[in-house]
Design a protein around this ligand. Structure first.
Ligand SMILES: Cc1ncc(COP(=O)(O)O)c(C=O)c1O
Length: 382
């Protein structure tokens, strides 16, 4: 028997985990002031890049003595630049609980050939953070595992008096979770995630300790120009004031400046966290109310409030992967939810983005449709 479709539709069906929904007030005419068609090194371009850097500092509460740089190749570029520039000086611990963290392990172990201490957990779980030696070792980890929906519960496991560096991929955490800057030496993210910006550039945030490492240590391997943060043993300060390594997209910069303004209008970081929390709660409550679906994150303290990953738990499901795909396809075909299938390397299921650019009302309108699609697919299977 066909189940009835819900009466209400989400106004915006965009629940992708990256690129994420644009801010609700976005339209392309808001980018009309972009510094296009002329040098990014002209005063107007440099001023916009500097605004992007200082706006990031302001909204995220980054300390004045931390450097913030806009770098090539989105979050991946920022992470790779950190790994290649900083590692090799001490023992390295690599932590991963989903595919992006696993990717950084591959790079460090197979490309840089560092004999790292690798700690991994299955999707839905997290490594035992109490076993990580942040006092002595360099530690690379992902604050929020976008493809498993598991985040670190806090930063209590990171030593205040550490000699090693913490290198944190925070791309699906920045602007949605509290990042304790005193515990993070290198933090990276891209604009395409929580603020719904464009993916061209990455942001790298360096603590004074990270800068000291850069200025005192030269890796054994060569570094391509787009990874180089130092010249003659000194930090290239220009990168951190708006003189980018190579040519940036000023359209993407304008879009980011718009997103930062929107973030401020929502109450800044606090407002963005509250929006993500409210969104995630709508999905958590839905899981609590339905015994056929559950959060992939096993421990509630590690549940993401951005990339909420879900698994189907109904015994009647015959082929889990095909079922999840079919549910996502039905929702996409109805223009109710776009791009909510689980990541290709993750367990079968759904991933619903709950970052601040998503409206809670849209999630609340979408979730009854998830029930509809689930029931329709159970019936289709039979
Ligand atoms: C945790 C994490 N790291 C890195 C990336 C790669 O980001 P980008 O494609 O912006 O380089 C993503 C993208 O989804 C991610 O979620």
């Amino acid at each position: 028997m066909a189940t009835q479709q819900p009466a209400t539709r989400p106004a915006n069906p965009r629940f992708s985990s990256g690129p994420c929904a644009k801010p609700p007030t976005f339209d392309v005419t808001k980018l009309a002031d972009a510094a296009l068609g002329r040098s990014h090194r002209a005063a107007v371009g440099k001023a916009k890049l500097k605004d992007a850097i200082e706006g990031t500092r302001d909204v995220l509460g980054i300390p004045a003595d931390y450097r913030i740089g806009i770098v090539p190749a989105s979050d991946t570029g920022a992470v790779e630049m950190a790994l290649w520039s900083l590692l090799g000086a001490r023992t390295v611990e690599m932590l991963a609980w989903e595919s992006f963290g696993a990717g950084w392990i591959t790079d460090v172990v197979k490309q840089l050939k560092i004999d790292a201490d690798v700690k991994t957990a299955e999707y839905g779980q997290i490594v035992d953070l109490a076993t990580v030696d942040t006092k002595n070792n360099d530690v690379v980890f992902t604050w929020n595992g976008t493809t498993s929906g598991v985040r670190v519960p806090n930063a209590d496991w990171i030593a205040d008096d550490r000699d090693g560096l913490t290198i944190c991929d925070a791309t699906s955490a920045a602007f949605a979770m509290d990042l304790p800057w005193d515990k993070l030496d290198v933090t990276t993210f891209s604009w395409q995630k929580v603020l719904g910006g464009e993916a061209a550039h990455g942001v790298i945030v360096l603590s004074p300790a990270a800068v000291a490492r850069l200025e005192s240590y030269t890796p054994a391997w060569p570094l391509p120009k787009i990874f180089r943060l130092t010249k003659g043993g000194k930090l290239i300060e220009g990168i951190f004031t708006g003189a980018t390594i190579n040519t940036p997209s000023m359209l993407a910069v304008e879009d980011y400046l718009f997103a930062l303004d929107w973030a401020r209008s929502e109450g800044g970081l606090k407002g963005l966290i509250a929006r993500a929390d409210a969104n995630a709660k709508a999905v958590f409550d839905f899981c609590d109310a339905n015994d056929w679906i559950a959060n992939l994150a096993e421990d509630d303290t590690t549940r993401s409030n951005t990339s909420v990953c879900l698994k189907f738990t109904d015994d009647r499901i015959q082929d889990g992967a095909a079922f999840a795909k079919a549910v996502a396809k039905r929702l996409e075909a109805e223009n109710i939810a776009l791009d909510i299938g689980a990541y290709r390397d993750a367990p079968a299921g759904l991933r619903i983005w709950c970052g601040g650019t998503v409206e809670t009302a849209d999630l609340e309108a979408m979730l009854p449709w998830l029930t509809w699609a689930f029931e329709a697919e159970i019936a289709a299977q039979a």
